[in-house]
Design a protein. Structure first.
Length: 254
């Protein structure tokens, strides 16, 4: 099990035999862009240090950001995407996270838990997870083939977004119960997609400022809707703006 919360919160209580691996430890700076997926050799070193094995089953959970649904799920979705990118397929998300577990009176361990170091190797990277810049640029010119989703909040989207991009905030996949967040029913999400004119059956690239919120859209599309042709952009919208690489619209989509 992987607890994606901060070290401080983890040490105060976590699921038994859960290690603590946060999104801040799975970050890389490439071409002056922050918050990107690390290179394979970096991931191998990180996962080896934490004792991960490619053929193991993983349960990933979060449990912070009680007032920010997007950050609540993004913590776990980013780790899940890194595991999947590294060739691990047997991965589960624990809906509701640590607080739901604790509220149900289930056992909690205080202090640190670690696994013996391993020798983690990446044999290949799946093609249906990260969209590189050239693919995104191609998709912009072929909007009938691929839809583009902006996963940032509405305010950021209206200030400027990729031309033709639909908007769907990563946090809108969740609903709050007591002091934790759970994923909304599939039918509710389908209605939200319909409202925003999003076709879940269409090939899709999601983007944000760092790949973390966009990984949420990838995660939901893959796990809830079993969609394979969905990618999270490996880059930042801010850098695309600086490089003047893509046409930008301001305001709602026309």
């Amino acid at each position: 099990m992987i607890d994606t919360r901060s070290k401080q919160n983890y040490l105060h209580g976590h699921l038994p035999k859960a290690i603590n691996l946060t999104e801040n430890e799975i970050l890389s700076s490439q071409e002056n862009e922050l918050g990107l997926m690390p290179y394979n050799n970096q991931l191998e070193r990180i996962f080896s240090a934490y004792g991960l094995k490619r053929n193991a089953t993983y349960i990933v959970y979060s449990g912070e950001n009680y007032d920010n649904s997007a950050r609540f799920i993004a913590q776990a979705a980013w780790i899940i995407s890194a595991l999947y990118w590294s060739g691990i397929k047997d991965i589960y998300y624990m809906d509701g996270g640590f607080e739901k577990w604790k509220s149900e009176g289930l056992p909690v361990l205080i202090g640190n838990y670690s696994l013996p170091k391993s020798h983690f190797t990446i044999e290949y990277n799946p093609g249906n997870i990260l969209a590189q810049k050239n693919f995104l640029l191609w998709a912009i010119d072929n909007e009938n083939a691929v839809q583009i989703i902006d996963s940032r909040d509405r305010k950021e989207y209206l200030k400027g977004h990729i031309k033709g991009a639909r908007w769907f905030y990563a946090g809108d996949f969740l609903e709050k119960v007591n002091n934790y967040w759970i994923i909304k029913p599939k039918s509710t999400i389908e209605n939200l997609f319909l409202k925003e004119d999003i076709d879940i059956n269409k090939s899709t690239i999601s983007y944000c400022q760092s790949g973390h919120l966009s990984s949420v859209f990838w995660f939901i599309a893959k796990t809830i809707f079993n969609r394979q042709m969905v990618w999270s952009f490996c880059g930042t919208f801010k850098n695309l703006q600086k490089q003047n690489k893509v046409p930008i619209n301001i305001g709602p989509i026309c």
